[in-house]
Design a protein around this ligand. Sequence first.
Ligand code: 1GP
Length: 241
Amino acid sequence: MKSTYSDILSSISEEKKLLAVLIDPDKMKLEALSGFMQKLNQSIATHIFVGGSTVNDYATELIVLEIKKHTKLPVVLFPGDVSQITNKADALLFLSLISGDNPEYLIGKHIKAVSKLRDLALEVIPTGYLLIENGRQTTVEKVTQTLPLPIENVQYIIDTAKAGELLGMKLVYLEAGSGALQPVPLEIISFVKQELSVPLIVGGGIRTKQQLNEAYNFGADLVVIGTAFEDDEAFFDQLRK
Ligand code: 1GP
């Protein structure tokens, strides 16, 4: 059976860099989706992530079904809550917020998700999720009531990421937060990458092609961008295949 995770591993072994466009079901209007997807399909995007911190029930399923009409790219859930889980997607990032000490986001919501997941044929990818300080408070910080890891504490960030891998997480995601003032610092990406054997995702605050390429050059295997496309779809033109 086709697996989104094994495809990610194969791409990395072929030294291909991956780009996920994040679609927030609360912000994307269904009627605007077709034009957005047309541009996305002509770009270097390899994945579509769907999720948000505060999404109405069923909005996720609706938008995933609609996205699927327009693309063959894998659609991966990046959920802020259990209600965002749907088997209409190809895979689910089963995110544990390992940078924080809120048990609800470390394991609590995951337990609540199991009764749903048990009945769904949905690929589940355990993912260690680290919120990194970016210069302002982000929605993730507010919603999860956890503090981001300070960027001066590089060793602690590296050790947290590695702890996630040692716990069996198959992806590590360094998150500056949606609309971050500053993306995750490049040296942090580089140090974390050197320590990990699992793929590294980086997102939050990346708005230019240069920042995207820098993130790749310093070790990101997959970069997630949302706000820059929401603000201006012309950004797709800079990222044409
Ligand atoms: C947020 O990492 C993603 O969870 C993307 O962030 O919206 O800032 O691109 P941006």
